[in-house]
Design a protein around this ligand. Sequence first.
Ligand SMILES: *Cc1c(COP(=O)(O)O)cnc(C)c1O
Length: 349
Amino acid sequence: MATATLTIDLDAIAANWQALDRMSGPQVQTAAVVKADAYGLGAARVARALAQAGARRFFVACAEEGAVVRQSLGLGPQICVLSGHMPGDTEMIHDLDLTPMLNSLDQITRHLESLPGHPFGVQLDTGMNRLGVELAEWQAVAPILIKAGPELLMSHLACADDPDHPLNEVQLRTFHDMTDGTDLPRSLSATGGILLGPRYYFDLTRPGVGLYGGLPHTTAKPALRLSLPVIQTREVAVGETVGYSATWTARRPSVVATVAGGYADGLPRSLSNQARLWDGDQPCPLIGRVSMDLITVDITDLPELPRTLDILGPHQTVDALAVAADTIGYEILTALGPRYTRRYIGQPA
Ligand SMILES: *Cc1c(COP(=O)(O)O)cnc(C)c1O
């Protein structure tokens, strides 16, 4: 088989959710963010594992993602849509019982007119300037809107991965100013915000990346192994080059493995000559350019020819690979390619 195997440990994901849930104490609800197909890991399976672990509320980016999660979970768990109530989504929001997080006066009007009485939340902008109702608009509509009974007021931190960034405190204060006295359930924190401590918890937290083993959840269990099959091996003489643009030259008689996986599978071209792959505990340098479907690896020091090499696993986490590629773990995760065979271990589903 010339497709890679992505092994996803549902027990690790469930344990990561439980760890974040424990961190914020019993009075705070811990939701689970499963947008972008659960950060590339498969929203249907991941959401079911998290529901079994105790998650009762899920966040997705758009109504279409909500449909996948609803189909997987059935009725019961709450599914919140971060992009709110967009034109054309009314039927889906109604039929699938999705809860839009309304972001603007337009969305508020659309929702209250088309689905009066249907649950909704409101996303407030406290300084990130990406999604959410702005302070002046909020002051204008809050009296009416609060009567309509939003079931959550939420906002999102721009710099939560940097505990010392002054914007965290600014956003916290603004969120208090906008929501104190409303007596409505509130949520400010994703993974990074949870790690900022109890002042950031409010009633509900919304971790995403920390469930999947990524920073800034430093004590998360790694949830992934990505094994690339070796298609071919060859001996390369001193002075010969490997790959496009001949960017690697053999300085010793070398053995090179060509493995299935490339930038079409979400392994960034910026990994060229940068990362390592692993045969068990033994690291092997990625050499030459990452091409569309293939990567070349220096396996000269291995005692035997391997059948597969791991590019993600216990020795190289998503974040370590992200550093090698000069990006962030989120981007590595969400780029994980459609060609991989996704194999789930852990919980029955
Ligand atoms: C993506 C997202 C989250 C989850 O963020 P992580 O950093 O992955 O924990 C939470 N809330 C909102 C609004 C988001 O966009």
